[in-house]
Design a protein around this ligand. Structure first.
Ligand SMILES: Cc1cc2nc3c(=O)[nH]c(=O)nc-3n(C[C@H](O)[C@H](O)[C@H](O)COP(=O)(O)OP(=O)(O)OC[C@H]3O[C@@H](n4cnc5c(N)ncnc54)[C@H](O)[C@@H]3O)c2cc1C
Length: 322
């Protein structure tokens, strides 16, 4: 039994049948979802999840699709997006729904003279995805500004304070609890000079646009960077000082030494200027991305004796179910 009849009745839910997921993800890769369901308010989302659970149909949640590799087979159930774009600013406190485009939030807070998100400029995707993966750049992550996160656990709405969100580098409790859906976040920012924030943001965006041209089909960094203290002692002993930044070593450092730059697998390629950036040149497949990832991991494992961990998330037919 599919949940379509129930989903169709919910105000605020829109369905696309046989949705080509390559069009909903920045990598431009992946097969079809049986249904893509967009819910634009909390009640609609909650009702949709309850209908899906009652039907027993598999479902998974995505946001802006900028950190995803979708399987070539697509997803046989319902891909759900919470699309609410609400933002409310009260002094230095900002409430943003999970469906807000992160760049809109960044631009708005910068324009209002609120410090805290300006280094996030150029990180694509939505607020819910940013909380899930504790997105960040230029030495800062979103968790530094999070006061609380509201989420739906399949039966009710709950709120967690910052420490209960278990934020770490590119990690949060929401990565551990894939049955929880982020609804909104409250952020504490600081009053600052808008022109100064804007100059910082513009500078960052210019650099980022060179590394990630806006039309590049990719998911940002493929692998997480490495915590210096987690690396094998023998590897640490050989590291030049310049390879360490804020207690981390970019995985690109090891990938480059393993000869990753410019590697090609069908329609996907490692950038010649950045060893931790895989992009779809056109016609790339998820299988090719997977093959390239496995080869890169193998090379680093054999050369350095540790395992790289993917930052990118995967939507596969039978694994990512809630
Ligand atoms: C060009 C480029 C540059 C990038 N640069 C950076 C960077 O500098 N720093 C950085 O951290 N990331 C970067 N990324 C990765 C990506 O932009 C971030 O991870 C982003 O926060 C993902 O948001 P999204 O809405 O696109 O999530 P999606 O890709 O749609 O989903 C990612 C994961 O989040 C989960 N998720 C999404 N929404 C919700 C929700 N509401 N509730 C629960 N789970 C949810 C999904 O299930 C999935 O597992 C980059 C990506 C690209 C393409």
């Amino acid at each position: 039994m599919t949940a379509d009849d129930e989903l169709q009745k919910i105000p605020g839910v829109k369905l696309v049948h046989q949705a080509p997921l390559d069009r909903y993800t920045r990598f431009g890769i992946g097969g079809k979802a049986r249904v893509l369901a967009d819910a634009d308010n909390e009640q609609a989302l909650a009702e949709a999840v309850k209908a899906l659970k009652a039907s027993g149909e598999p479902f998974t949640v995505i946001g802006g699709g900028t950190n995803l590799v979708v399987s070539d087979e697509g997803f046989p159930g319902v891909v759900l997006r919470y699309t609410c774009p609400a933002i409310d600013i009260d002094g230095i406190t900002v409430h943003a729904a999970a469906g807000v485009v992160l760049q809109h939030l960044t631009d708005l807070t910068v324009a209002r003279g609120l410090r805290g998100l300006e280094t996030m400029t150029g990180i694509p995707g939505w607020v819910g995805g940013a909380i899930y993966g504790n997105a960040g750049a230029y030495g800062h992550s979103i968790h530094e500004r999070v006061k609380s996160v509201r989420y739906f656990d399949g039966t009710g709405i709950h709120e967690l304070g910052n420490s209960a969100c278990q934020f770490r580098y590119r990690e949060s409790v929401f990565k551990l609890r894939k049955d929880w859906i982020v609804l909104s976040v409250t952020l504490d920012l600081d009053a600052a000079d808008a022109a100064e924030l804007s100059a910082t943001a513009t500078g960052i965006l210019n650099i980022r646009n060179e590394k990630y041209p806006p039309t590049m089909r990719c998911a940002g960094s493929i692998f997480k960077n490495l915590m210096l203290n987690d690396l094998p002692a023998a590897v640490r002993a050989e590291l030049p000082e310049r390879a360490v930044r804020e207690g981390k070593v970019p995985s690109a450092y090891f990938l480059e030494l393993a000869g990753a730059k410019g590697m090609v697998e069908g329609g996907v390629r490692v950038a010649t200027y950045h060893a931790n950036l895989i992009f779809n040149e056109g016609g790339g497949t998820a299988a090719q991305v997977r093959t390239l990832i496995e080869e890169l991991k193998r090379r680093v494992r054999e050369k350095f004796g540790f395992e790289l961990e993917e930052e990118v998330q995967f939507i596969v037919p039978f694994a990512a179910m809630r």
